[in-house]
Design a protein around this ligand. Structure first.
Ligand SMILES: Cc1cc2nc3c(=O)[nH]c(=O)nc-3n(C[C@H](O)[C@H](O)[C@H](O)COP(=O)(O)OP(=O)(O)OC[C@H]3O[C@@H](n4cnc5c(N)ncnc54)[C@H](O)[C@@H]3O)c2cc1C
Length: 428
């Protein structure tokens, strides 16, 4: 940590998702010195957990790969993983920032050979798969992780597993004595790109996410659909491991609801439309999808995608806010209850699996910022001059799709560059 060279002409980017990566690259490729800090062991953020991107249905892995290549090639950009900002003091053009880095217990000698993972026994819920599968106590966060370096779970330090991991490593890469470190750096501007987290589905009581195993969230469904995910791409019911061919997608799960998130999360309609194509891709004519929606929010080329899905005879649209879900005790099928607002008739529809299009909320709660920041009512960072040179990018500014998140990141980079250029100009 002590080798961090940062000055008031340096830009700090906090959060290594697609927005933070984009902002960092834009600034670094303009010749600025950039430090990118990420709290997780790898950068990539939540897009690394998606199977495909709407509207093109391409794999996010391609875009990530291009960004990673650009990051590796840029000497003005330093990536620090497992690092968080604990304090910020100062003003635009001159901030003093305290960073805290958690121990990885694996140093740069790591070749990602995986011998440590083979040696340890303890398993933990796999965060990358939203807990749908397990990972070892020594692990690579996901197959495209950067840095491509293993990490030891702190829970195995001081146990036999920790020693086994160390003994298995031929490259002297495991350091069980590694500790937390802290440093203070100076930067001129800060781009805050800490992104979003899924709204807690358990709080939407009538949908029974915590009670019924076959009610899952849209983020879990992304992992299930991914051939590299916990089910090898099979859409399996958590209750019995049977394939789910008749799937309901419920829109606005937590969003546009004063009891939960008042805002529209913007991407959920498109996420469900996209996920209905996963179902068709996997089970062809046997697939039956039903989308329960209030209204579909899709414009421009995104509406073309909506129209394409609407043409599909195997995907049904029901205009209704689902009132509640119960469970058929005999087969664990979720049963959806509500009123179809087009025909005004009541329904009780049974499905194999229900996917809640869960809303997006800021990943950092209002009281979790390391300095005073102006936020809007939903907790997203405002563009406000009181925030000085602290600029939000991507989903820390609003619930956005990737296209808009990257635009927001470019705007954040430009604002930060303007600040550090001014500093440079003033210092001659
Ligand atoms: C079900 C679903 C499907 C989706 N599908 C699509 C799609 O097909 N196409 C599309 O365009 N969009 C899609 N989206 C939206 C997409 O996921 C977001 O646009 C994207 O993740 C935004 O990236 P971000 O970098 O702003 O945030 P994130 O991806 O959340 O990245 C933020 C990063 O910051 C890190 N971080 C958080 N807090 C801290 C901290 N305190 N210190 C340091 N680091 C921190 C996180 O670990 C993370 O790496 C989907 C969303 C959902 C819910």
């Amino acid at each position: 940590m002590s080798e961090v060279i940062a000055t008031n002409q340096t830009i700090l980017v906090v959060g290594g998702g697609i927005s933070g990566m984009s902002a960092a690259l834009e600034a670094a490729e303009c010749g600025k010195q950039v430090i990118l800090v990420e709290k997780n062991p790898s950068i990539g953020g939540r897009v690394s957990q998606l199977y495909k991107y709407f509207p093109k249905l391409c794999h996010p892995k391609c875009g990530l790969e291009i960004n990673l290549r650009r990051i590796k090639a840029n000497r003005g950009l330093r990536v620090m993983t497992m690092t968080e900002v604990t304090n910020i003091e100062g003003e635009a053009g001159n901030y003093s920032v305290t960073l805290k880095t958690a121990p990885r217990y694996v140093n740069e000698n790591c070749t990602a050979c995986g011998a440590c993972a083979d040696a340890v026994e303890a398993e933990f819920d796999d965060e990358h798969n939203y807990g749908l599968g397990k990972r070892k106590g020594a692990y690579l966060p996901f197959n495209q992780a950067y840095p491509e370096r293993y990490v030891l779970d702190p829970a195995i330090i001081g146990t036999d597993d920790g020693e086994k991991a160390k003994a298995a490593c031929k490259f002297d890469a495991i350091d069980l004595d590694m500790g937390e470190s802290e440093s203070t750096i100076t930067v001129g501007a800060i781009i805050w790109a800490t992104g979003w987290r899924p709204y807690d589905a358990g709080r939407i009581q009538p949908y029974g996410y915590d009670r019924f195993p076959n009610v899952i969230t849209s983020v879990e469904f992304e992992r299930m659909a991914d051939p590299h995910g916990p089910t090898g791409g099979k859409l399996l019911r958590p209750s019995d491991g049977q394939e789910a061919k008749n799937i309901a997608f419920i829109q606005c799960a937590g969003s546009r609801d004063r009891n939960h998130l008042a805002h529209c999360s913007r991407i959920c309609c498109m996420a469900s439309l996209k996920q209905s194509t996963y179902l068709r891709e996997r089970y062809g004519d046997d697939a039956k999808g039903t989308i329960y929606y209030i209204d579909i929010r899709a414009i421009d080329r995104i509406d073309d995608f909506h129209q394409m899905v609407k043409q599909d005879p195997n995907i049904r649209f029901v205009k209704s806010k689902v009132a509640s879900i119960t469970e058929n005790k005999e087969n664990s099928n979720p049963v959806l209850h509500g009123v179809d607002t087009e025909g005004y008739h009541r329904y009780s529809n049974e499905h194999d699996l229900v996917v809640l299009a869960i809303g997006m909320e800021p990943s950092v709660p209002a009281n979790g910022f390391p300095m005073e920041v102006v936020l809007n009512e939903e907790g997203f960072v405002e563009l406000d001059e009181k925030n000085g040179a602290f600029f939000a990018a991507g989903c820390s500014a609003d619930a956005l799709d990737v296209n808009r998140a990257v635009q927001s990141a470019t705007a954040g980079a430009l604002r930060a560059i303007q600040v550090v250029n001014k500093v440079a100009g003033a210092e001659g």
